[in-house]
Design a protein around this ligand. Structure first.
Ligand SMILES: [Zn+2]
Length: 97
């Protein structure tokens, strides 16, 4: 029976606090929701940027003719291992070597 009285008193105080700090509790819930949403959007951003930039997967190689950095899959490779950005650079670069 003693515990029931203690429980009733505790419940009374909890209700009193809830009524008194209603605004703060509502604000705290809103802040918690904002943090939850921010976490969700933060997870979505990196995935979107990975999808948006497929060129990042291709490593860059330096053109031996004009020293321009081009993606490896678009560069022309010589038998010597030199890379060129275009046929023109390949011709001029081959002459220079
Ligand atoms: Zn070039």
């Amino acid at each position: 029976m003693k515990y029931l009285v203690v429980l009733a008193v505790v419940l009374f105080f909890v209700m009193l606090i809830a009524v008194r700090y209603r605004k703060q509790i509502t604000a705290a819930i809103q802040v918690a929701r904002m943090i939850k949403d921010a976490g969700k959007s933060a997870k979505e951003i990196p995935q979107a940027s990975i999808r948006r930039d497929p060129m990042a997967a291709a490593p860059l190689v330096k053109c031996s003719g004009c020293s321009t950095w081009v993606p490896e899959d678009r560069a022309k490779r010589m038998r010597t291992g030199d890379f060129f950005c275009s046929d023109e650079c390949m011709r001029t670069g081959a002459k220079a070597i």
